[in-house]
Design a protein around this ligand. Structure first.
Ligand SMILES: [Mg+2]
Length: 382
């Protein structure tokens, strides 16, 4: 498989030391250990090497990063010719990651006696990727599908977006929301898991970074205002630099400007997604840790009685897919039209297929069909 992405790695660790912060000035200060291997298909390099590659003094040094920006932002099959060069490769990939719609019965049979818990990414999963990230609205039909699913299963939205922003898109108070790549988690404001007098789950492992994130956001807005189409989004505990509307000829300039800001903040790290650069604290926390935290909060630390299903489309969702795969727990479903290296078990091509999958889940669970429930309706007491 082709290398698709660049990840500036930090040290991974277990859930027990999940919120420890890397001391100032070094990513690997105490043990000197090397960064872990990134998920297959992503290039993992140290932060220092990464920044060195971007040192000023020549466009040639920016080129590798621009290449990885291209590779991590495929919009159609032609943009990744090495993966689409033969039909065989695509057939092979779909055999390894079959459609979750075609495998629906098998997925459901695995849930026998277990509580299904749904985790849904937002952009590219529930909503289409659009030029203006502020207009990435989900359809009414998709909202209705998510609402229906949440009637039967605990459901969380896990997004890189600011929690308030993603809530403004989804507008379903009965869900869990994990914004800022899982660094800002809040439980339902209403619904079966909520009752007056009980504080909803709230977890913010990167609170101390808020002033720094504000500072970096302002610096980035100033730096990239000369690049047409670039957009900086403040996601509370992280910052996204969107280049969906930036001419590819300007990607080198954009990389250079982001580098200039980032080199002043050794406690922040950078990764790439689909047409977006993500800047966030170097804490050991990601969507995978958020998934584990939510399962524990729901009382499913015991892995034998739960079947988490995580649907997402982006590199950052791989952290959650990997947790599920490593634990042999539930299923990851990658939303993608093209073959990608992934830790997900199944695939769906686009948000419309995600909606179909959610409909089938509801139909399968709905008692009115006369089918005996094979999964427990989750506990309605809080
Ligand atoms: Mg996404």
């Amino acid at each position: 498989m082709t290398k698709q992405n660049v990840v500036v790695s930090d040290v991974k660790c277990g859930i027990n030391d999940m919120i420890s912060v890397v001391p100032k000035g070094s990513l690997f200060p105490s043990t000197g250990q090397k960064p872990p291997k990134a998920p297959d298909g992503y290039v993992s390099i140290s932060r220092n090497k990464f920044l060195k590659k971007l040192e000023t003094g020549g466009g040639a040094r920016i080129n590798p990063w621009v290449e990885s920006m291209r590779a991590s932002s495929p919009t159609h099959i032609k943009s990744n010719p090495s993966l689409s060069s033969t039909v065989h490769q695509e057939d092979s990939w779909i055999l390894d990651h079959p459609s979750a719609l075609n495998m629906f019965e098998q997925i459901m049979s695995a849930s026998k006696g277990k509580q299904i818990v749904m985790f849904l990414d937002y952009d590219g999963t529930l909503s289409p990727i659009v030029d203006d990230p502020d207009r990435a609205f989900m359809s009414r039909a998709m909202r209705a599908a998510v609402k229906a699913v949440a009637r039967y299963f605990p459901t969380a939205i896990v997004s890189g977006r600011c929690r308030d922003k993603v809530y403004s898109f989804v507008r379903l108070a009965e869900l869990y929301y994990a914004g800022s790549h899982g660094m800002d988690i809040k439980g339902p404001a209403k619904g079966p898991r909520y009752s007056k007098g009980n504080e909803p789950v709230l977890f913010q492992p990167a609170s101390e970074f808020l002033p720094m994130i504000d500072e970096v956001y302002k610096a980035l807005v100033e730096k990239i205002k000369s690049i047409p189409g670039a957009k900086v989004e403040h996601n509370r505990f992280c910052v996204s630099v969107h280049f969906r509307c930036v001419d590819e000829k300007k990607w080198g300039s954009l990389a250079e400007q982001v580098r200039a800001v980032l080199k002043e903040y050794p406690k922040l790290r950078l990764s790439q997604g689909r047409k977006v650069l993500e800047i966030r604290p170097t804490i050991k926390w990601d969507k995978g840790r958020a998934l584990e935290f939510l399962l524990e909060s729901l009382g499913y630390a015991n892995c034998s009685n739960v079947l988490p299903v995580y649907i997402g489309d982006d590199r950052t969702d791989e952290d959650a897919f990997k947790v599920l795969r490593d634990k042999g727990l539930g299923f990851g479903i990658l939303v993608s039209k093209i073959p990608k290296d992934t830790n997900a078990s199944y695939s769906l091509q686009e948000p419309s297929e995600v909606m179909l999958f959610l409909h089938r889940l509801v139909e399968w669970q709905r008692p009115s069909r006369g089918r005996p429930r094979e999964s427990k309706i989750y506990n309605t007491s809080t």
